[in-house]
Design a protein around this ligand. Sequence first.
Ligand code: SF4
Ligand code: F3S
Ligand code: FES
Length: 234
Amino acid sequence: MQVDLRILRYDPERDEKQHWESYAVDCDPKMDRVLDLLHRVKYDQDGSLTFRRSCAHGVCGSDAMLINGRNRLACKVRVEQLGKRRITVAPLPGLPVVKDLVVDMDGFFESYRGVMPYLVTDTPEPARERRQSQDDRLRYDDTTKCILCAACTSSCPSFWAAPAYVGPAAIVNAHRFIFDSRDDGADERLDILAQKDGVWRCRTIFNCSDACPRGIQITQAILEVSAAIVERRA
Ligand code: SF4
Ligand code: F3S
Ligand code: FES
């Protein structure tokens, strides 16, 4: 089968603005993923096409993009799943475009680092490991699955309206440590997320949960962090 692959292109050294370009690409819809189509364009038709990818198996999070109007990982979407012969591919919305499908992730990672996404402990290091029950581990299991692809944050209308909003990905990664029984940094993280560009910017729109390639219940995690802030005040 041949698909009409439409890609939103932009080369800052050549173009004044973004524009669509179309490529006819042969594919096996059952086997080929959107990432395979992009490779075919790059290797056979236009070597200047620029996009990020690494693992090609849904692990590294580097190839999130807007595919047929929805944020997804190009390596996780087979042509058959899209059910159309015309496929549109654009960079993640709401983030500055560097070139073609590559967006500037600096702000995204700055927000991530800002919530202290690492274990903080006040107690002396134990001789062996810091132990945890299975139930305590399950408390934050869902939010350990994040691969930092930015599909959630870049699909959030609250983030589009206020780019200073830390965004769902940062809150997911704060959640992962706030509810870890071994961690002592929850208060500091909750202080950060209680600020004006923290959790209160969320309007429970759910785009983030719909976009997450890992199926993380993101809105639920945001509500749990908001509730923890409120409980602390009570
Ligand atoms: Fe990607 Fe999901 Fe992590 Fe958001 S929460 S960055 S969508 S893996
Ligand atoms: Fe945005 Fe998700 Fe909240 S889409 S408004 S962060 S529920
Ligand atoms: Fe690594 Fe798609 S290339 S997640």
